[in-house]
Design a protein around this ligand. Structure first.
Ligand code: HEC
Length: 92
């Protein structure tokens, strides 16, 4: 039943194929799963290698490939929103 509910929610959130705008608050929680290898210290300007919003999205997708279970498209958007809001601050 949980699945059916999630599917329903996904339908409400997704306009066609495009995920809804990311939710940074959800991203914060999801990011706990990324903390196995590094903390947020990699994201600060002095250290960060990522220089554009598109590159950041790619990087999150790249790490998501290793996650099991993987984050959904929507969750990747949430992570992107959180990392960009609190660390990278790229213009959108
Ligand atoms: C298996 C270990 C591992 C996991 C799990 C992991 N990362 Fe990473 N991550 C790394 C390492 C190592 C680097 C730095 C080296 C590199 O750039 O390849 C990195 C770099 C990054 C960077 C680039 C930082 C910068 O600006 O230079 C981002 C963004 C990032 N990770 C996000 C995530 C997110 C989001 C998740 C969860 C979906 C995640 N990582 C999970 C190991 C991991």
């Amino acid at each position: 039943m949980k699945r059916a509910w999630a599917g329903c929610l996904a339908l409400m959130l997704y306009a066609g194929d495009v995920p809804a705008a990311g939710d940074a608050a959800r991203g914060v929680k999801l990011h706990d799963d990324c903390l196995g290898c590094h903390g947020t210290e990699l994201y600060v300007p002095e250290k960060a290698k990522i220089k554009t919003l598109a590159a950041l999205k790619k990087e999150i997708d790249r790490w998501n490939d290793r996650m099991n279970p993987k984050f959904t498209k929507q969750e990747v958007e949430d992570l992107l929103e959180y990392l960009n809001r609190d660390f990278y601050k790229f213009p959108k």
